[in-house]
Ligand binder design. Structure first.
Ligand SMILES: [Cu+2]
Length: 389
């Protein structure tokens, strides 16, 4: 009975790992565009697993035999409690060194310098949370493993039965509750500030930019000289009208399309975010901006870039540096292609760049929508006048 249970468990583990390998193989197979499964490598890993399991079993048996022989000779067997105690200390030192290595080595791979107003505040929040949780982490780990070592089983003493203490319960419930509440409230106000949609009086009005995600690119639309983006309606999406712009709205006529997201420094930008097929996500790590692009649910993000691309190039000592906008949802096979260059420039440079943008309403789109061009309008009116006469 006992044996059959073991056998079943072993079979379950075997099948589980086998399936995992198979799935991993299929995925890599797809990526390399090679059909089929590499059975050779699947069987290699299964074999490796079996060998490791057998080696562990053999070591276990050898130790058991050693213990029994010691017992027969009337000696004490292996002092497992001491071994476990020392293992705890080793675990503490190894774990702490690994955590330290993680911070010093991988730390540089975390977020780059914040290049937006609210980004600096978000970083402060990250820092405060990290410091508080690190203090708790280090203290609790040291206490846990030192106690495990110090108070391991000993025949010289009996364990003290100490099931309950209300004071301790209160301390370790109330202190974390207060700390977490402060962190959450702090975060709540920061978030409210970031998401605040109202333009602040006295400050320059925000620049409105539409960004629409689809498989697999971002479309960018700027407001024309009127500063207002025209209405959109997904039902109008057809042919050259990729974004479904409603040209019955006069504000749409002068809207512009762009390949790059160019932003003037120290101006509030309102990024209106749309998606046409699946959920995408606008992610600009330098500006600490991340917002989902959800089909049927327009979202937006307001932020103020504070460092121009040129300044950042000097700071990071890389003349080719560019801010980037990524898609942060794995939205399909060419998800990695969803990238746009974001360039932060001075107001003058921005004005020059906007002046060069092409209108969204191209001649082709005009014909498609049977919209009369300005010249045609004139001739139609003249014709009408002629007819009336
Ligand atoms: Cu995407």
């Amino acid at each position: 009975m006992k044996n059959s249970k073991k056998l079943l468990a072993f079979l379950a583990v075997f099948m589980l790992s086998g399936t995992n390998m198979l799935m991993a193989q299929t995925a890599t197979g797809d990526a390399a565009a090679k059909p089929g499964v590499n059975w050779l490598s699947v069987s290699f890993y299964i074999l490796l697993f079996v060998v490791v399991a057998v080696v562990i079993a053999i070591i276990g048996r050898i130790l058991r035999v050693y213990e029994l022989s010691q017992q027969i000779r009337g000696k004490k067997g292996i002092q497992w409690n001491n071994i476990m105690g020392i293992c705890c200390l080793i675990f503490l030192v190894a774990g702490m060194s690994a955590a330290y290595w993680d911070f010093t080595n991988q730390g540089s791979m975390s977020l780059p310098e914040a290049a937006s107003k609210h980004g600096v505040r978000i970083d402060e929040m990250f820092l405060v949370t990290t410091i508080i949780t690190m203090i708790v982490f280090v203290l609790t780990q040291i206490l846990l493993f030192t106690f495990l070592f110090r108070y391991k089983h000993s025949e010289k003493r009996r364990a003290y039965f100490y099931p309950h203490n209300n004071t301790i319960e209160k301390v370790w419930t109330i202190i974390p509750a207060i700390v977490l509440t402060i962190l959450v409230i702090f975060g709540f106000f920061t978030w409210q500030d970031v998401e605040n949609s109202a333009d602040v009086k006295g400050q320059p009005a925000s620049i409105n930019v539409d960004i629409t995600g689809h498989q697999f690119a971002w479309e960018i639309r700027y407001a024309g000289p009127d500063g207002i983006l025209g209405k959109k309606d997904f039902r109008l999406t057809a042919g050259a009208n990729k974004l479904g712009i409603d040209f019955k709205d006069k504000n749409s006529m002068d809207d512009l399309q762009a390949d790059t997201l160019v932003l003037p420094v120290n101006k509030t930008i309102r990024l209106n975010i749309f998606a046409q097929d699946v959920i995408h996500s606008v992610y600009m790590p330098h500006f600490r901006v991340q917002q989902n692009a959800v089909p049927g649910l327009p979202t937006f993000f307001k932020f103020t870039p504070t460092i121009t691309t040129d300044e950042m190039r000097r700071k990071v000592d890389d003349p080719k540096f560019e801010y980037l906008l990524y898609c942060n949802k794995i939205c399909g096979s060419s998800h990695y292609n969803m990238q746009r260059v974001v360039r932060v420039v001075t107001q003058d440079e921005y004005n020059q760049w906007v002046a060069r943008l092409k209108p969204y309403l191209t001649p082709a789109l005009r014909t498609e929508l049977k919209l009369a061009s300005a010249d045609q309008n004139k001739s139609i009116t003249q014709n009408k006048l002629a007819l009336n006469n």
